[in-house]
Design a protein around this ligand. Sequence first.
Ligand code: HEM
Length: 555
Amino acid sequence: MLAKCLLRCMLSRSGLREDRAVCCAVSASFLAGSESRRRWSTECPAGLNNKTLKTMADLPGPSFLTSLYWLFVKGYMDKTHAMQIEHKKIYGPIWKSKYGPLALVNVASADLIEQVIRQEGKYPIRTDMPHWREYRRLRSHAYGPLSELGSEWHRIRSALNPKMLKPKEVSLYAPAINKVVTEFISKVYWLREKDGSGVLVKDLANELYKFAFEGICTVLFETRMGCLEEKVPEDTQKFISAVGEMFRLSYIVMLFPKPTWPYLPIWKTFVACWDHLFKVAKVFIDKKMAAIQENVKKGEPVEGEYLTHLLASQKLSVTEIYSSITELLLGGVDTTSNTISWALYHLAQDPVSQNKLYEEVTAISPGKQIPTVEEIGKMIFLKAVIKETLRLYPVVPGNARVPSEKEVVVGGYLIPKKTLFHLCHFAASHDENDFPDPFAFQPERWMRGNEKWKHHPFSSIPFGFGVRACVGRRVAELEMYCTLSRVRTRAMGGGDKTHRCKSHGGDVGDMSPTTFRMGGTCGGDTWGIIPHKSKHTFRQSRAEHFFDSVFNLAT
Ligand code: HEM
């Protein structure tokens, strides 16, 4: 049982954001796929048959005790993404990890990740999420896109997808998202003025969580939550904290056998977090339903975007809508926000890229105007900055798949069905064969025509791939593009004068009236990414690192 718990814990660590949905990250042309890519979905590779294939028993990998040693003695427990790279060096791109009687197969190269995904079946499964499902059973809630499985999952996704994934539909959210961005920028100015130094925004990560939550609520409910106001409504601030706490406890709950859960104090807190998440979502959904009923009573047309459309389509029951919306809200809190934090952090460190972005944005969308969706579409470098940020700091550093329909062939090994595959995205997106100097921030890698652009299409798939990929991808991208294209920072001091790390001392260089510094206590209680000058790491514990990046607002 301990073994089973540890296994779940490992996956939860590395694949935490596996609990959060994703969309297809690869272009339509690639989705079409070449013959050589397709062959993996149906048959063994040429020249191999079941007799020449190796089996699970032939896979290299650490023993149970060795795994424990890595986690607890070598200290990789809270940085399993880094362990992916170390294990790949030792065992190669495919290895098994044993946890007592259980074994999982790790794949850590782009081509092997592709092979697994192409054989994932009609209704891909990440993991069975027993603790999330148990909560829903306890409260008689329905399952949502993150927690549902099989054909029922497919039915839910079919209802949620259209207004989330079709670029034309998603572009309709731009004006609403831009209003939130405008408020965010004003808030940054206000916080900067309010601070004694006149330049520092102390807790940027938290400001971005609030911004992202406001953004997703605007899309789903067409209602403002007031997250960016001076005094944040208690329920919404609590929602943000509950997301972090729920993910933190998710990981701990899985350390214990299921029969013990009802007796654990942390299970009670875990349940309380979910109760709050469901409660907040329900209040907003009920308000929207009442407004629709009112319109119907008055004989007025029922108009609106995401939730209105979902309710009107009647494809999901009301309880399914409660659960689906709750799970969508979860995906909107610390995904885009952490990515924006990291992007800003790197731009602050890299005046050349910062200026390149500034030049691109101001050339395509001159003046102070808000870039249109069409203009954003032309901002190639802006998109490269986000892609590079997600390559370096994938929101989901390790995902999972359980091929449930039939045995699969991966890397010349015949693997029985229902085997748990750990997709080591962090190792793949830091492979120097695909990305030379893999830890360096180089947005140019993503510019077509650049020699460095040549990488395997599965080497960095931050939103996943295929039918189970992130449902929020298009909304997330729009939100990140709108934000970065409007913060419009321009490096003025040049060199290292444009950024100093408070934790490491040193002054902050030139302080023009258009300069602001952004500090952050990072990650909070969530599996956050801590932007910090000298310590890029994924941390779970609350940390007080400041990243004091200096920006010169060129508004
Ligand atoms: C930077 C932003 C984001 C990233 C990098 C990201 C990444 C991911 C990834 C990797 C997955 C798993 C995909 C798979 O297993 O193949 C996922 C799933 C999911 N994401 Fe996102 N996500 C982001 C933002 C969002 C947002 C804003 C929402 C809410 C609108 C969202 C909602 C979901 C949901 C509901 C799932 C589960 C989908 C399913 O299982 O069918 N995500 N996401």
